[in-house]
Design a protein. Structure first.
Length: 176
């Protein structure tokens, strides 16, 4: 969730606000927050598979100014989308994921994310299970905007894992 705060108090600066928020409400409710100045836009990496409708929605909202962020690159496991992305002037990276190259693909993804100083990852109908290492590097910083993703993969495990206490599952549906 993104919240914009304005203050009429001229005596409070960004760092003071951040410290007071974290030590007050943040501590009380165990919030995990990131703070940005208004002119510091989050950098989003967009991961997409073959279907482009979610990607187009994100790019149209960014182009119209509704979505306030930077998108340094778009990554796909399908090369077919390169021409779709070129029209928006955003670099496109193709990293195919198959069983025999999962480790190399994860390494390439992490290198791109670090190189571009990505703050969050948006899965725009990215039909791959994210590797544990990538999820650990970006805890609470991955947003899935494809509504049926969870039902497509191992439903029985989603039902049993929470009962064993092995998985905390937060479903965040972002409508852009």
């Amino acid at each position: 969730m993104r919240i914009e705060v304005e203050s009429t108090d001229q005596n409070i600066d960004f760092n003071t606000f951040k410290e007071k928020f974290i030590s007050g409400i943040g501590s009380k409710y165990d919030f995990n927050c990131s703070f940005f100045l208004k002119n510091q836009r989050p950098k989003l990496a967009v991961f997409v598979s073959i279907y482009v409708h979610c990607l187009y929605d994100i790019l149209a909202q960014k182009q119209s100014g509704e979505l306030q962020c930077e998108i340094p690159f778009i990554l796909s496991n399908h090369q077919d989308l390169a021409s779709n992305v070129e029209q928006f002037g955003i670099p496109f990276y193709w990293i195919p994921e198959i069983k025999k190259n999962k480790t190399e693909a994860t390494s390439q993804q992490l290198n791109l994310l670090k190189k571009h100083h990505i703050t969050s990852i948006v899965l725009a109908r990215y039909m791959q299970i994210l590797p544990e290492q990538l999820v650990q590097e970006y805890p609470n910083k991955i947003i899935n905007i494809h509504h049926s993703f969870l039902l497509g993969f191992l439903v029985q495990n989603l039902i049993t894992l929470p009962l064993k206490g092995e998985l905390k599952l937060l479903v965040l549906l972002v409508i852009m």
